[in-house]
Design a protein around this ligand. Structure first.
Ligand code: FMN
Ligand code: SF4
Length: 410
């Protein structure tokens, strides 16, 4: 069978900064739960090798912290010297399958569950009560000083350099979902009265400075992309109008590609996924107070019926406002959806759950063997992140848990 005509543009190569991708399909960063104690496992390598073998042009390793304090969990990859040999095994495996590898680089800011930090309170755009503290137990956060801004920007640069040294072809700077740079963009978190607060363009100033620094350091060798929210999806959060201003600032700063996501981990997780978390998610929480808080949060959660391409309307507005390359994300799971994104002028399509469910989907689309993913958007894979085997689709047979206990290198 041959490639459906609607998909021919999606199988054309594209240049993202200095990087040529073989097609327009990118595997989204989805926390793999495959770095227990922070050590990238053989399962992490196999997970991304499968994505590459399945046809995606680039696979994104989720949630690589730029520093120890920048972690949200202890079981998270940190871009430090000990991680490099493990990550090199991963990038080599992805390259052997003909795909590119991207490291999502992030600092959690106030969204952290670490038992210990080097500061008394977690850093954020502004100090005071910490909304994620409802589930993390860290009820206060502290505003970053000028010295903090400088140091953390340096850490983003160091993280990007380490990603390059580990063989990555791209870095995705995480500016969405409620992590540190997103805390600058969000009016709920950013109450600063200096040049880093105020209207959306000013709130995007620090993320744009980090981007510029990363571009200066590695932008001639790596694609440098940014993941942003097209809407934060809750009252008092950044709106679609704000997102347009943020996109313009990042375009001006020279980002090679924007990945258009939405929603916040704490205030509006359903907006990230376009569907609700399964009830089982609550049971994975160990701390009884946190478990109670999570149960209460479910009471005010709106019921969201999943529909494909759920960020399309908001993302189209960004498409109309900037000229730079943009990647559509959010419920892309069919030939029709991908074709629509191409017709609408998006340069790439980023897929998370559809590829967790079936890493072969891109090849199946290409060969006319499938026209829609079997993913039901149940979000059970999000719960699996915290299990010994790591993130997987519950509709598939389990992976070998032992592989997730073995360090990638060695
Ligand atoms: C299991 C799982 C883990 C995720 N972890 C991350 C993450 O670490 N970083 C991130 O930016 N997004 C994360 N996401 C969100 C996805 O990248 C993506 O934005 C979301 O799933 C919507 O895309 P989709 O409809 O193609 O799945 C995660 C999603 C899932 C399903
Ligand atoms: S568990 Fe499987 S079917 Fe459910 S959302 Fe995740 S990938 Fe899709």
């Amino acid at each position: 069978m041959s490639t459906p005509a609607a998909l021919l543009p999606a199988f054309a190569p594209i240049d993202i900064g200095p990087l040529r991708l073989r097609n327009r399909f990118i595997k989204s960063a989805t926390n793999e739960g495959m770095a227990k104690g922070g050590v990238p496992s053989k399962m992490l390598v196999e997970h991304h090798r499968r994505m590459a073998a399945g046809g995606a042009a680039m696979t994104t390793v989720a949630y690589c912290a730029i520093s120890a304090d920048g972690r949200t969990f202890e079981d998270q990859v940190t871009l430090d010297a000990p991680s490099l040999p493990h990550l090199r095994v991963l990038t080599d495996a992805v390259h052997r399958e003909g795909a590119a590898a991207c490291a999502q680089i992030t600092h959690g800011g106030a969204f952290t569950f670490l038992p210990k930090l080097s500061t008394r309170y977690p850093l954020s755009a502004s100090g005071g009560l910490n909304p994620p503290g409802v589930i993390s137990g860290r009820l206060f956060k502290t505003a970053m000083t000028a010295a903090d801004l400088e140091r953390v920007a340096d850490e983003f640069v160091a993280g990007a350099r380490r990603a390059r040294d580990a063989g990555f072809d791209a870095v995705e700077i995480h500016m969405g979902h409620g992590y540190l740079l997103s805390q600058f963009i969000s009016p709920k978190y950013n109450k600063r009265r200096d040049g880093y607060g105020g209207a959306a363009a000013q709130r995007a100033r620090y993320p744009a400075e980090v981007l510029s620094r990363v571009l200066d350091a590695v932008g001639s060798e790596l694609a440098v992309t940014c993941k942003i929210c097209v809407t934060e999806g809750f009252k008092g959060g950044a709106t679609a109008d704000d997102a347009i201003e943020v996109a313009k600032v990042l375009e001006q700063a020279g980002a090679h590609l924007l990945v258009l996501s939405g929603g916040m981990n704490v205030e509006s997780p359903w907006a990230i996924f376009g569907s609700n978390m399964p009830a089982a998610a609550v049971e994975t929480v160990q701390n009884p107070v946190v478990k109670l808080a999570t149960r209460m949060m479910r009471l005010w959660e709106p019921k969201i019926p999943f529909h494909e391409m759920y960020f399309l309307e908001h993302s189209r507005r960004i498409r109309a406002a900037v000229r730079m390359p943009l990647a559509y994300l959010g419920g892309a799971k069919s030939v029709a959806g991908v074709g629509q994104a191409m017709d609408d002028g998006f340069d790439c399509v980023v897929m998370g759950r559809a590829l967790i469910h079936d890493p072969e989907l891109v090849n199946k689309f290409r060969d006319g063997r499938a026209d829609v993913s079997g993913c039901t958007a149940c979000n059970e894979c999000v719960v699996m992140m915290y299990t010994p085997g790591g993130t997987r689709c519950v509709l598939n047979p389990p992976d070998d848990v032992e592989l997730n206990r073995m360090p990638a290198a060695g």
